[in-house]
Write a protein that binds this ligand. Sequence first.
Ligand SMILES: [Zn+2]
Length: 319
Amino acid sequence: MTAHKTGYFTHPDCRRHEMGPGHPECPERLDAIEDRLLVTGVGDALERCEVPRASLTDIELAHDRLYIASLRGLELEISEQLAAGGPPYAHIDSDTTMNAHTWDAAQRAAGAVIAAVDAVMAGELENAFCAVRPPGHHAGRHQAHGFCFINNVAIAARYALERHGLKRVAVVDFDVHHGNGTEDILAGDERVLMVGIFQQGLFPFNGEVPRGPNMANVPVPAYTKGMEIRELVEQEWIPRLEAFRPEMIFISAGFDAHREDDMGQLGMVEQDYAWITGRIRDMARRHSQGRIVSCLEGGYNLSALGRSVEAHVRALADL
Ligand SMILES: [Zn+2]
């Protein structure tokens, strides 16, 4: 018998990673979520859970060993640089930067989704939301990309398959940007179905042609409204998911498709996030014993982020 509880996984280390003044993927994102859950009382309805560090073996479920070693090497370099009075950052690409805490934060972020999988599989929780950063869905097997270092959702999906012996898991991605890292890692893995909706022609400038038969990518033009997105979810995602009958569903929960978020130009609002989440929750209850593990990706307008996460978590917890 599964407990009808929603877990909330977060860790202070996830706040210590930052990429420089004015960077939109900032620690204050987590504060905005915490504040909103606090003032609305929604936080009281959630089970706060401990977050361990992910082990290297688990991170290697989705990433190349040499890539992981290079990230750890950069972390050491930053520490030495700092000790010598140098800058506190190492730049990976024009918008992705490590500081001395990035690796710890990434390990906690991946640790959160793994712990969430364990708790959901043990029946202690029905589902869970992980308020973590850095985000993960642009991180590929061999590379950091677009604010992402370690692909939390891809690791968790593989973890559920390999360590818990599940046969089919689904990944749902409603971030405004295509989850190219998750696709890089999971394309061609028949145990996984990934469905994504994202704005066409936006970073990372791909995804229109799926990289495997297990990918259902739905690009939408700028200025698509929430109601139209709901219709596409109903037409494009739901039949694929119903036919696949996943035993667990992962959500790459990015909230940057919100109409107040200027990282993209889509027109989602809180009620749309609540609707999509409710639709997934109902399906999970039919096919997956309710098992959902959702993980924060994007969402950069702090007020819209807080409200959207509240709507998402309310729907997960049936509040
Ligand atoms: Zn995004």
